[in-house]
Ligand binder design. Structure first.
Ligand code: SRM
Ligand code: SF4
Length: 566
């Protein structure tokens, strides 16, 4: 066990001081003389889906405060009307872009304090909440977004919705502040008496994340979540959902130089029939609420409880709280991951179109007017919108006969439908990092497109132009694009320098290992060149880069065993 103070962390006393999570947010919104929120309110705001940031490009001339707002879109699904409203709100109150996140939702960046309430109010008017998308609660629930007429997929989406609803905090402060605009009527005394029926007075020790997945395609990186539900179909009828294998204890976040922190793949706990999936989710939340470390936030995630006390111990804690026993986990295998691009038949006379969105940023640029193109298509054809956990967008339910018209409209905005991007670019992700993220050490989203171009050029030069390698970049070791599952993880170490990790699988079920530390951005290609060249000349037929690294380099000791050496 790590040495940590026995005192609860500062965040614990902030939550304890006002369990309604309202703080003085309403008062600060009403005060036009200030451009920012105070310290405690910064923490409360997270539970409302808001991060206070400043534009780090402008920091030298003083801090310019702005907010990032994150929506809740369970399983990544939004109606066309919602999408159009999101788009309009980004122009009116944000920086004019929409950012698809690695957890299948949207973020608005660059929101000034005075625009915060109109934006969140506008989202709520469009039946979209931002409640509990950040903070020490359950976040946006992931579910496979690929449209299909298969009943099983829609049942899984339904269950994701039920779990998400059941785990929302009960405080009324969110509604009062953002929807009604009437907050301030909760006196401090009555506010401090509030206790959330599920989360208790101080909520969870830290953030909590849930994903659903349907084998054989791991669309949601299910093993990276605190709680994962892997759908198990009836062997005699693959469209009949029996229930789920329950996984616990996945997570990515680490801190450089802190050996107490590490990424972790979730363990299987057992199987639960479909009818009891919400009960298990609640029981896992309760068991974590009662056992997580509240003294050290860097050591507070569920993954550390599972690592230190074991899955067997945790299972019995969950069973005690659920009031029933989990069955033995069923056989379930993943053989692939990620998104499929272009047009596909749904099987009901309708089609869906998956569109590549580089690093999730929906914006217009000179060579690709993606934001306008999407708006045009969604206005005219009214498809359902689905966001993927790989930061891409799917337009679903388009009549087969309308495919050509959609393709043509997108082409007018220079958004291609076929050959949208190279194989490495399509599978790559980068986090926002600078200039918005307060925790960024190095660039990510702004440098990744050029870096991916250089990796693709290297592959072409070595005669492997169409090969896919997953490359995930982050500006710090918090792991927001889940880089520790990638075949090549590139993780910000210091300004302009990155750790390189190699050896993830093509199923997002194996952690990579650190290969080199503190490599300058311009040295990344020379560092990768010999390893990629070796893979191309020595691989077995169809062997992926990550599998080659694990089979050959790890055995040779060319990559140290610890996933993160320091
Ligand atoms: Fe993250 C913090 C962006 C997915 C691990 N993450 C942040 C913040 C809010 C920075 C902050 O606390 O001030 C970043 C805001 C940047 C910005 O300007 O937008 C941020 N995280 C993101 C997003 C937008 C990255 C993206 O490219 O899409 C993702 C939003 C997901 C969502 O919709 O909820 C995002 N973050 C993740 C993931 C991936 C996942 O959940 O599947 C992880 C790793 C999984 C995990 O949680 O272990 C992740 N983010 C973190 C951590 C490390 C937590 C830890 O255990 O140590 C932090 C830092 C923290 O919480 O203190 C963090
Ligand atoms: Fe910010 Fe780090 Fe997350 Fe990137 S990985 S968004 S730099 S917290």
């Amino acid at each position: 066990m790590p040495a940590s103070s026995s005192q609860p962390s500062r965040n614990e006393s902030i939550k304890h001081g006002d369990p309604t999570l309202g703080g003085t947010i309403a008062e600060t919104i009403g005060d036009a003389s200030v451009d920012r929120f105070g310290g405690d309110d910064e923490q409360f705001l997270k539970f409302h889906g808001v991060y206070q940031q400043d534009d780090r490009d402008l920091r030298k001339s003083g801090r310019r405060y702005q907010m990032m707002v994150r929506a809740r879109l369970t399983g990544g699904i939004a109606s066309p009307e919602q999408y159009l409203a999101f788009d309009e709100l980004s122009d009116r109150f944000g920086n004019g872009t929409l950012r698809i996140t690695t957890r299948q939702t949207f973020q608005w960046h660059g929101v000034l304090k005075g625009n915060l309430r109109p934006l969140i109010h506008g989202l709520n008017e469009n039946l979209c909440t931002t409640l509990a998308t950040c903070g020490d609660v359950n976040r946006n629930v992931l579910a496979p977004p690929t449209p299909t007429t298969d009943r099983l997929a829609s049942q899984v989406q339904e269950d994701a919705g039920r779990v998400s609803e059941a785990l929302l905090p009960a405080t009324q402060a969110y509604h009062e502040i953002w929807v009604e605009g009437t907050r301030i009527n909760l006196s401090k005394e009555s506010g401090s008496a509030f206790v959330d029926p599920l989360y208790g007075r101080t909520y969870l020790p830290r953030k909590f994340k849930i994903a659903f997945a349907i084998p054989p395609r791991n669309e949601t990186d299910v093993f990276a979540n605190c709680l994962g539900f892997v759908a198990i179909a009836d062997p005699a009828d693959s469209s009949r959902l029996l229930g789920y294998n329950v996984l616990v204890g996945g997570g990515m976040g680490t801190t450089h130089g802190n050996q107490q922190t590490f990424p972790r793949i979730a363990d299987a706990l057992g199987f639960v029939p479909r009818e009891r999936v919400v009960d298990v989710a609640r029981a896992v939340i309760l068991a974590y609420r009662d056992s997580g470390d509240r003294t050290n936030r860097r050591h507070a995630r569920l993954k550390y409880v599972i690592e230190e006390r074991g899955a067997d111990w945790f299972r019995s804690e969950v069973e005690t709280r659920a009031g029933f026993r989990l069955e033995e986990a069923r056989e379930a295998r993943f053989s692939g991951q990620g998104d499929i691009f272009g047009w596909h038949a749904q099987g009901d006379g309708r089609s869906f179109l998956s569109i590549f969105v580089e690093n999730g940023r929906i914006a217009d640029s000179e060579d690709r007017r993606l934001k306008s193109g999407l708006r045009g298509v969604i206005e005219r054809f009214r498809p359902e919108v689905r966001l993927t956990a790989w930061q891409n967008i799917i337009l679903a339910g388009i009549a087969d006969g309308e495919r050509d018209a959609v393709t043509a409209l997108l082409a007018e905005h220079r958004v291609p439908v076929n050959g949208q991007a190279g194989a490495v670019r399509r599978a790559a992700m980068a986090c926002p990092a600078l200039p918005t993220c307060g925790l960024a050490i190095a660039e990510s989203e702004r440098v990744s497109p050029a870096l991916i171009g250089r990796i693709e050029a290297l592959l072409a030069e070595l005669g492997a132009a169409d090969e896919e390698i997953t490359v995930r970049m982050t500006g710090c070791p918090n792991g927001c694009t889940r880089p520790f599952l990638a075949e090549i993880g590139i993780v910000g170490r210091t300004a302009g320098c990155y750790n390189i990790l190699l050896g993830g699988s093509g199923r997002s079920d194996r952690l990579n290992r650190e290969y080199r530390q503190g490599v300058a951005l311009e040295e990344i290609i020379p560092t990768l060149r010999p390893v990629i060249a070796r893979w191309i000349s020595e691989r077995t037929p169809a062997e992926r880069f990550g599998d080659f690294v694990a089979r050959v380099l790890w055995k040779e000791g060319a990559v140290p065993e610890s996933p993160l050496a320091a």
